[in-house]
Write a protein that binds this ligand. Structure first.
Ligand SMILES: [Zn+2]
Ligand SMILES: [Zn+2]
Length: 274
């Protein structure tokens, strides 16, 4: 989180949390993993004990200022639990995207994409336009996409979801047509949840060996999100030409309208981004 939020809104926001009031502390100590914490800029007089009340100077019991932020923290934890992020990307934020290698060499393109994400999360209004990250494997596209979703969930306290466009996903959809499956009849429920998700990352676009039916399902999802102007990150290792060929170009034409195209080519990212 950066100072740009403050700059955009004209407020003097805290440089640590950007005015959100909570931040992720990645420190791992004995018996404790990284966790969300109340930022020092939020005045707390209750000692952090539920129900978050304190006695004021006139011996009156008052609600503590920290209460709404602690609620937000509980909600944010819930959102992160439900986002289906792969474990290694679950708590990654902008500072986890490196723009220089450990030896100090700048990583090609990293600075540009880093700035793009910073602008996205620092904006005063919630972003509607997502991004299509494309380039050869190992350039940190999934990491960057997950960072964008995580930052937005933290900033706006709204749900996000990670979806790998693997065969498994399409199998799950296909199961909804099988009377023997526990998912029988849930096709629309699964799709609707994804269509309505405020922030969504579609990882590994284009690896599926598109049957007509799979492409139709994918088009419906993309088209619904396009129609509702929902923030979508798409990552692909495929050349754009191949994405253009899917579903007679209909998917690609939607994607370019709803996403900024960000090339992420380079031989060396993976080495530096872990
Ligand atoms: Zn703060
Ligand atoms: Zn308090």
């Amino acid at each position: 989180m950066t100072q740009s939020i403050a700059a955009a809104s004209g407020r003097t926001a805290c440089t640590k949390c950007g005015g959100v009031g909570i931040f992720y502390d990645p420190r791992v100590e004995v018996g404790r993993y990284g966790q969300l914490q109340l930022c020092g800029c939020i005045e707390c007089r209750c000692g952090g004990q539920a129900p978050y009340r304190y006695w004021d100077d006139d011996s009156r019991s008052q609600w503590c200022h920290c209460r709404s932020y602690r609620r937000k923290m509980t909600e944010t934890n819930r959102l992160f639990r439900q986002a289906d992020m792969p474990e290694r990307y679950k708590w990654k934020f902008i500072d986890d995207f490196h723009i220089v290698a450990p030896d100090g060499t700048p990583i090609k393109l990293a600075d540009t994409v880093h700035r793009y994400i910073e602008t996205l999360i620092g904006a005063e209004a919630e972003p509607r336009r997502g991004c299509l990250l494309y380039g050869n494997p190992g350039t940190g596209k999934t990491l960057l996409g997950c960072i964008a979703i995580n930052e937005l969930m933290l900033r706006w306290t709204k749900p996000g979801r990670y979806l790998s466009l693997s065969l498994k996903y399409f199998q799950k959809l296909r199961d909804t047509y099988s009377e023997d499956s526990v998912r029988y009849g849930q096709t629309w429920q699964i799709l609707e949840e994804l269509c309505n998700m405020p922030y969504l990352i579609l990882d590994d676009f284009g690896i599926q060996r598109g049957t007509e039916w799979e492409m139709e399902m994918l088009y419906d999802l993309v088209d619904a999100r396009y129609g509702d102007e929902r923030f979508t990150v798409v990552t692909t290792n495929k050349p754009l030409e191949e994405i253009k060929a899917l579903s007679h170009g209909r998917i690609y034409s939607r994607l370019v309208e709803m996403c900024q195209l960000i090339p992420m080519d380079g031989p060396d990212y993976r080495l530096h981004q872990q």
